[in-house]
Write a protein that binds this ligand. Structure first.
Ligand code: ATP
Ligand code: MG
Length: 223
């Protein structure tokens, strides 16, 4: 367990999502943020029972295995099964509280989000507490509203405007927000599921290893 007398470790990224399936939009966001902020590791944490949305199409064990296959070969990335293994709904505030307890109070944690997820933040359970637990890095996402502070809902802007930093090195263990344009990739898991349901090709939208797993297990196609 973490000691709280806390020697600061290197910054760690946390990439949450349903990953139904994981695709290059997720992977590229994490890779670019890792470079930009100097993250030593990025933990990909598939949601078990996401509280905010309809139940995922695909059982958690498959979503976790697709994440594992997608991350294989990238020493900076690791899959974290804690939400998948939890019987309780996946609240990011609980996951970050647990990571914070393991890592101590001095290590910078960075929650990585696409702009669409970030703009929904005020609907998340105990969302204001997130700023006490981690920094947040937000990537522009094609189709999501602009990342200008005045495009944010007022409560979000109220929290965020005082926390903005121009680069990750200015941040402490938690409480800063970095808005950053990453390579725009207009890829979504929804579009991939729809393509596969029509027996279209999803190649080059996600890693071949993930696509192979999808075909092996007949995910996203009607039997
Ligand atoms: P779905 O279509 O099922 O909602 P998704 O592609 O949006 O899937 P999620 O698992 O919902 O993927 O997203 C996890 C995180 O990744 C969110 O923070 C989301 O904003 C971000 N994200 C997903 N796709 C992209 C993308 N193409 N570019 C930037 N960020 C992305
Ligand atoms: Mg989504």
């Amino acid at each position: 367990m973490g000691t709280s007398a806390d020697k600061a470790g290197p910054p760690i990224g946390v990439m949450g999502g349903t990953f139904d399936p994981i695709h290059f939009g997720h992977l590229r966001l994490a890779e670019e943020m890792a470079d930009a902020i100097g993250l030593e590791r990025v933990r990909f944490i598939p949601a078990g029972r996401p509280p905010h949305r309809l139940a995922p199409h695909t059982p958690a064990a498959h979503r976790l295995e697709m994440v594992r296959r997608a991350l294989a070969g990238n020493p900076r990335f690791e899959a974290d099964a804690r939400e998948v293994n939890s019987p309780r709904p996946s609240y990011t505030v609980d996951t970050l509280t647990a990571l914070r307890a393991e890592r101590g109070n001095a290590q910078p944690l960075w929650l990585l989000l696409g702009a669409d997820a970030f703009l929904e933040l005020p609907t998340w359970h105990q969302w204001r507490q997130l700023f006490g637990l981690a920094n947040i890095a937000v990537a522009a996402r094609p189709g999501a509203r602009l990342l200008q502070p005045d495009a944010m809902p007022a409560p979000l802007n109220g929290e965020v405007s005082k926390r903005l930093v121009a680069d990750g090195s200015a941040a402490g263990p938690a409480g800063s927000v970095l808005l950053r344009a990453t390579t725009p990739l207009d890829i979504s898991a929804t579009a991939i599921r729809n393509l596969l349901a029509r027996h279209g090709s999803a190649r080059y939208l996600l890693p071949d290893a993930v696509l192979g797993y999808i075909h092996e297990h007949h995910l996203y196609t009607q039997p």
